[in-house]
Design a protein around this ligand. Structure first.
Ligand code: ATP
Ligand code: MG
Length: 329
């Protein structure tokens, strides 16, 4: 069976952007691929190093979010990055042959440095997170990485690392492929380019019906529409972009009626609320099943053990290829 590695930074609850960008693909492919889901607590420290005290709660929350979308802990290994030492070992090895310039010019690093105000003063760990992410992906010799659009340039670094390692030392790693979904970037409720937990412009998978209703009703639509029969411009409307992502069967009809001024923004939003509720309802129910005390911890313990075993297999291959398995035989 081929392998999938993907995951999330535990920086807060997961949202609809994660759902359409990556979680749906994880759930859909879990029976076809041996799947590893990383809860990337070390990568969280690349921006949040001053507040590790939030990690235990956020690790639990992100794990619950993954389980709530239908990932089956009997099939999938969900694990904690910092508890798999082989990932740290690989990070050090890979960092020897990835140049600083390759990282500096990476589009994701540039965008995220801007978001966090790091442009002129970046830590070694932040600049190097694509190398650490290559280790996250390659420790289990993954073939496929379901991610959102923002992460594709980082996956490109992992592909480079796999190729370069194999050239230098011998064939150990597959060249992992990024897999984008149809909605590879969901825009934020405030109209910003990306719904992001760090920007606080999200509908969370754990939001109540009332929270969803309030957030959608107050989202900005087409500013040119004041009365409900004004002609609309769906291409600039946040709610319309959600109709495209979540309501494929009605989106064409809604687009026509918006342009013709025969559906108003309130009616369009009300329909959107109903559609989102049909997605979030089953997610809320599944979450309840996993909330029993000790359950998430047990799932993480089992998943982390599986990841460590796979990591050790990979390290044996790496040490062998690099002539650094000193004490064998
Ligand atoms: P942070 O701002 O803390 O980095 P994030 O919202 O970017 O949080 P991550 O944990 O970094 O979330 O990303 C997890 C996965 O979800 C990645 O594959 C990422 O590409 C994808 N993703 C995140 N936001 C979106 C979005 N708005 N649309 C589509 N995919 C997304
Ligand atoms: Mg991110």
């Amino acid at each position: 069976m081929k392998r999938i590695l993907t995951g999330d930074r535990p920086t807060g609850p997961l949202h609809l952007g994660h759902y359409v960008g990556s979680l749906m693909n994880r759930a859909r492919l879990q029976s076809e691929y041996e799947t590893f889901i990383i809860v990337a607590d070390v990568q969280t420290l690349s921006t949040n190093f001053a507040h590790p005290e939030h990690l235990p709660e956020d690790v639990r929350r992100v794990t619950l979010d993954n389980l709530s979308v239908g990932l089956d802990p009997g099939k999938v290994s969900i694990f904690i990055q910092s508890m798999v030492p082989q990932i740290a070992e690989l990070t050090v090895i890979f960092s020897m042959f990835v140049t600083v310039n390759r990282l500096r010019h990476n589009p994701t690093i540039k965008t995220e440095a801007g978001q966090h105000g790091f442009e002129d003063n970046m830590t070694y760990g932040f600049l190097g997170y694509p190398v650490s992410q290559a280790a996250d992906i390659l420790f289990c010799r993954a073939d496929l990485v379901p991610v959102g659009e923002d992460q594709m340039p980082v996956v490109e670094v992992s592909r480079f690392v796999a190729r370069r390692f194999n050239e230098l030392y011998g064939e150990v790693f597959p060249e992992p492929e990024g897999l984008m979904s149809e909605t590879a970037r969901l825009i934020g409720l405030d109209g910003q380019a990306k719904m992001s937990k760090s920007l606080g412009n999200c509908i969370y998978l754990s939001d109540t019906s009332e929270e969803v209703r309030k957030k959608l009703m107050s989202a900005v639509t087409d500013p040119a529409r004041i009365r409900k029969d004004d002609l609309g411009h769906p291409e600039i409307c946040t709610i319309f972009s959600y109709q495209k992502a979540f309501n494929p069967t009605e989106v064409c009809d809604i687009e026509e009626r918006c342009r013709a001024g025969t559906i108003g923004c309130v009616a369009c939003k009300k329909r959107m609320i109903e559609v989102i509720e049909t997605i979030l309802g089953p997610i809320r129910e599944r979450r309840l099943q996993f909330e029993a005390p000790g359950m998430v911890e047990e799932i993480l313990r089992t998943g982390t053990e599986a990841a460590r075993q796979e990591g050790e297999r990979t390290m044996e291959m790496v040490r062998e290829a690099m002539h650094i398995s000193y004490f064998q035989r």
